[in-house]
Design a protein around this ligand. Sequence first.
Ligand SMILES: C[S@@+](CC[C@H](N)C(=O)[O-])C[C@H]1O[C@@H](n2cnc3c(N)ncnc32)[C@H](O)[C@@H]1O
Length: 306
Amino acid sequence: MLKRNIPIEPVIKWSGSKRAVAVWLATLLPETERYFEPFVGSGAMLAFRPSQTAVAGDIIAELIELWQAIRDVPEVTANEYEARWHRLQKEGHTAYYAIRDSFNATRNPHDLLFLSRTCVNGLIRFNSNREFNNSLHHTRPGISPARLRTIIYQWNSVVQGVEFSAADYRETLASVRAGDLVFLDPPYGGTKGRYVPETFNLDDFYEELQRLNTIGAKWVLTFDRVAGHRAYKATIPAELFQAQLALPTGNSPFTKLMKTGIDKVVESVYLNFEPPAKLLNQVINLGQQKLRPRPCFDMQQSRLFD
Ligand SMILES: C[S@@+](CC[C@H](N)C(=O)[O-])C[C@H]1O[C@@H](n2cnc3c(N)ncnc32)[C@H](O)[C@@H]1O
């Protein structure tokens, strides 16, 4: 059984991470025996999943390989980062761009971890040829290898019991059955194409939600509606969900990067089940508090599970 309300530092920096609201979202997840997360990204919700047994997927194969490495070979993962980090301190920006070229040529997951921890604002961006194209964050040295090693081992503990799958979300969800819980955090309207081009079609997605409803699986979905003056018109068809809540979020990192001013992101959470009234009060109260994730991990027990 997993303990809740214990945020830990992210191991992978990822655009669109749910880290800032993970504690809040976790209060909405009902108990289940099997948990599915088909758009896992940096896995902010994995630390809060209500069952140890889980299936997590993403369309980016290198990201999934990195998760598998964190789960299975944490020492190697930490050493690989350490070697690249020392190279960066010694050789400067040429090392970063050599590692970026290497990643684009070989898709080495350890290169991806290094890039995610040293690129500008930790923003993962691919061009239409699937090449990683963000630059070095010149004014920061990147997280120290010793600190990242500790975080890697924390996440190694968190993801035991998680089966990772490099696949389209529909494939990851193919084995869902009645009573399973699915957490969905699909690519935003405003970030479409930043991860990989043309991998997400809304009509197909709605069809999948309908399929999950028919099966009798529960789902919790985060979806954004408005970022400042730019309204992402997509609204979830009313017949698909039972409840909708406003997600307490901050500013859009994407708008910030594009220097078009900082827009307020208004995001919704949709559920295909009615949350109990007691739970709703808890969710609303937590939403009114300032949500600021703190690194916190039970170092004595050195694990997250009861
Ligand atoms: C908003 S991010 C998820 C962020 C995640 N919740 C976190 O906390 O880091 C959306 C993810 O969906 C993935 N993705 C995009 N299209 C997909 C598809 N068709 N099937 C599976 N994953 C997809 C992207 O690679 C990206 O990691």
